[in-house]
Design a protein around this ligand. Structure first.
Ligand code: IPM
Ligand code: MG
Length: 366
């Protein structure tokens, strides 16, 4: 009997439906090659869910995600929801999903495809061979801290959020990062603002304690976030695993994405202690090009590869997808965000067709 993996598919808003459609076709194709099948349960989230139900994260969507073997998401958000109250905004749906599924560990790998070296705004000598992993804490920090809100004060309006971490929240994300460093090149750089913030001081103490008790063979360094932002563009090859809190990781991972030439290239995995993971590109919903078949589906396809490898333990199928991406790039196919002289421009669906052809023609059937 063939295995059927249950995927909950959250297309979301903007370019989400286009990029997830491509990823779905590819997942089905590698499934056929490697002897498993997939069932897709499509659920609304973000603006699409607000339109359908009035809520950015309907209870039925969260439940379908919890029941799945893995969750694949596109992107959420559109300008027309920007004026809604915070609890009704698309972003609140995504944050609720991360929190509701307990996905505290966000893995954002940044590797530079040899074919895209010249697509980056940085020089070849700086980015050639970059291979780093941002490990971002995803369910705590200033995104979720309380108190937060807006008050009328005597001298005007004040708004505030709280950046807070408890020791166990730091410990569990630090362990994930140390484990990854162990599987990679054995180096971990923890990012904080311990010269100014109390929350960062605890962060640093806990990371040091975990290092000492369980991972003393890993080479650990600490960096202030402002310096880390500079070092990422000055000499990104110095990094192996970067451990960050929620907000710092959000900012640094967009910055790191540009090392690869386009934010349209970066996948991510969000994982909890147990249960299904959520796999999504790190980019947004690109409302300016939505529905025009211009989006770059590669970050979503690479997220599907992470879903296969980490979520479903289908290593060979994951490798097929990654090879397909390398192959189409090497053949000179580019979506608009990556266009370069001498390359061939393709829309989102046509890029999907090339990827499918690359998968079908690859030698490694399971
Ligand atoms: C990301 C995004 C989200 C975040 C938004 C859409 C809430 O920027 O996944 O990086 O800030 O985490
Ligand atoms: Mg972000």
């Amino acid at each position: 009997m063939t295995t059927t993996h249950r995927i909950t598919l959250l297309a979301g808003d903007g370019i989400g439906p286009e990029i997830t459609a491509v990823a779905r076709l590819l997942l089905e194709a590698v499934g056929r090659r490697h002897g498993f099948s997939l069932s897709f349960n499509e659920q609304p989230i973000g603006g699409a869910a607000i339109d359908a139900t009035g809520e950015p994260l309907p209870a039925s969507t969260l439940e379908a995600c919890r029941q799945a073997d893995a969750v694949l998401m596109g992107s959420i958000g559109a300008p027309r929801y920007d004026t809604l109250p915070r609890d009704k905004r698309p972003e609140t749906g995504l944050l609720g999903l991360r929190r509701g599924m307990g996905l505290f560990a966000n893995l954002r790998p940044v590797a530079i495809s040899p074919s895209l070296i010249d697509a980056s705004t940085l020089r070849r000598e700086v980015i050639e061979g970059v291979d780093l992993m941002v490990v971002r804490e995803l369910t705590g920090g200033i995104y979720f801290g309380t108190p937060k809100g807006r008050v009328d004060a005597e001298d005007g309006v004040r708004a505030f959020n709280t950046m807070a971490y408890s020791d166990h929240e730091i410990d569990r994300i630090a362990r994930v990062a140390f484990e990854l460093a162990r599987q990679r090149r054995g180096r971990l750089c923890s990012v904080d603002k311990a010269n100014v913030l109390d929350v960062s001081q605890l962060w640093r103490e806990r990371v040091e304690a975990i290092h000492l008790t369980s991972f003393s063979e890993i080479s650990l360094s600490h960096m202030y976030v402002d310096n880390a932002a500079m070092q990422l563009v000055r000499d990104p090859r110095q990094f192996d695993v970067l451990l960050t809190g929620n907000l710092f990781g959000d900012i640094l991972s967009d910055e790191a994405a540009m090392l690869s030439g386009s934010i349209g290239m970066l996948p991510s995995a969000s994982l909890g202690e147990s249960g299904p993971g959520l796999f999504e590109p790190i980019h947004g919903s690109a409302p300016d090009i939505a529905g025009q078949d211009k989006a770059n589906p590669l970050a979503t396809v690479l997220s599907a590869a992470m879903l296969l490898r980490i979520g479903l333990k289908e290593e060979e199928a994951a490798a097929d997808l990654e090879q397909a991406v390398e192959q189409v790039l090497a053949a000179g196919y580019r979506t608009a965000d990556l266009m370069a002289p001498g390359c061939r421009p393709l829309g989102c669906m046509a890029m999907g067709d090339q990827l499918l052809a690359a998968v079908e023609n690859s030698p490694s059937a399971g």
